[in-house]
Write a protein that binds this ligand. Structure first.
Ligand code: TLP
Length: 359
């Protein structure tokens, strides 16, 4: 049975061109700064987002952590959204390993944090308080329907940060989805921020790797922190070769994933027993709720799985689907058909049961 895996765009596989590039990659020891393929990718990546320098890291999680460690000292504070990946899904790395305290502010449904909420979270000069050092944004915002943050919003947060002597870090795991959805050059979304990460291994389909970008000075220090975390790797050209293809060939096609996600969402809106807010869907991530007592969340997942469809269960009755390079227009039709059948074919089995959150 063919599997339609909508759990995440992290499940994408390297393209034939990437596999070919990996095979032929020119290699060296990157801890000595001698891997030519990695040097080329880092140069290309920095230029692409308008930053002086860049650094290849194994994952987005390590990239965000490296940036946190580079910006902040122990006991300092980071302002970030209560729905952000850095707060919810990175195992508390900044506090566990960096002694950095998160100060959370509510994320609005569009992924923004209100400027007044951010400002209220900035600490005054008082020996009782931790020092605020950094504000973190996420673009696109995973938990907030994959919403893209606009350059105007990002610039306004950066202006506020500068006014208070703070830096801004962007978790841009899916920054190219944001640029494509907004129809802007990615540099517009990064021009006012101090550091960012983006992932090669999500919608861009590379098998491994994320990139940290910032000033040359910042990246020199980030390289040191990557080493501290054990992220100094050797013949990284095997990763960088695929990452280069990801940047060169896989960005523009993200528009197709966005169209598929839109069609999927519109189809779900027609299925009785499922509820979805269509207003916030602009990229490749959609969330919907089970609002029927005809079946439980676990039954929905199991029945779809039997039909070869995988999705992510995020809250008791909430699900996430993510479109990507491995999902084609026909797959959207198949998923809508299967969802319709699953929702139709049930006898009442009580109210929707709570199940443990899985992400
Ligand atoms: N997100 C994963 C899961 O961890 C939830 C996914 O399937 O969406 N920032 C953002 C906004 C992310 O969504 C992710 C991964 C990361 C950082 C971390 O990247 P990796 O998985 O490379 O450590």
């Amino acid at each position: 049975m063919e599997i339609i895996d909508l759990r995440s765009d992290t499940v994408t596989l390297p393209t034939p061109t990437m596999r070919e590039a990996i095979y032929h990659a020119e290699l060296g020891d990157d801890v000595y700064g001698e891997d030519p393929t990695t040097i080329r990718l880092e140069k290309m990546a920095g230029e692409r987002v308008g930053k002086e320098a860049a650094l290849l890291v194994p994952s987005g999680t390590m990239g965000n952590l490296v940036c946190g460690l580079t910006h902040c000292a122990r006991g300092e504070e980071v302002i970030l959204g209560n729905q952000s990946h850095m707060f919810l899904n990175e195992a508390g790395g900044m506090s566990a390993l960096g002694g950095i305290q998160p100060h959370i502010v509510p994320n609005q449904p569009d992924g923004t944090m209100r400027l007044e909420d951010i400002e209220a979270a900035i600490r005054g000069d008082n020996i009782h308080f931790p020092r605020t050092r950094l504000i973190c944004l996420e673009n696109t915002h995973n938990r907030c329907n994959g919403s893209p943050l606009t350059s105007e919003y990002i610039d306004s947060v950066a202006a506020l940060a500068r006014h208070h002597g703070l830096s801004v870090h962007l978790d841009g795991a899916r920054i190219f989805n944001a640029a494509v959805a907004l129809g802007v050059n990615v540099k517009e979304l990064t021009r006012s921020i101090d550091s960012l990460i983006f992932c090669l291994s999500k919608g861009l389909s590379a098998p491994v790797g994320s990139i940290v970008c910032g000033s040359r000075e910042f990246i020199n220090e980030a390289r040191r922190n990557r080493k501290v975390l054990g992220g100094g790797m050797r013949q990284t050209g095997v990763i960088a070769a695929a990452g280069t293809i990801a940047l060169e060939q896989m960005v523009d096609r993200l528009a197709e994933d966005h169209m598929n996600a839109r069609r999927l969402a519109e189809g779900i809106a027609q299925i009785s027993g499922l509820s979805i807010d269509l207003t916030g869907i602009h990229t490749n991530i959609i969330y919907f709720d089970l609002v029927s007592d005809r079946l439980t969340a676990d039954e929905l997942i199991t029945r779809l799985r039997k039909k070869g469809i995988r999705l992510l269960h995020v809250r008791p009755s909430r699900f996430r689907m993510v479109t990507h390079h491995g999902i084609h227009s026909e797959d959207i039709d198949a998923v809508l058909l299967a969802l319709g059948e699953v929702m139709e074919s049930n006898t009442p089995s009580g109210t929707v049961k709570a199940a443990a959150s899985r992400t």
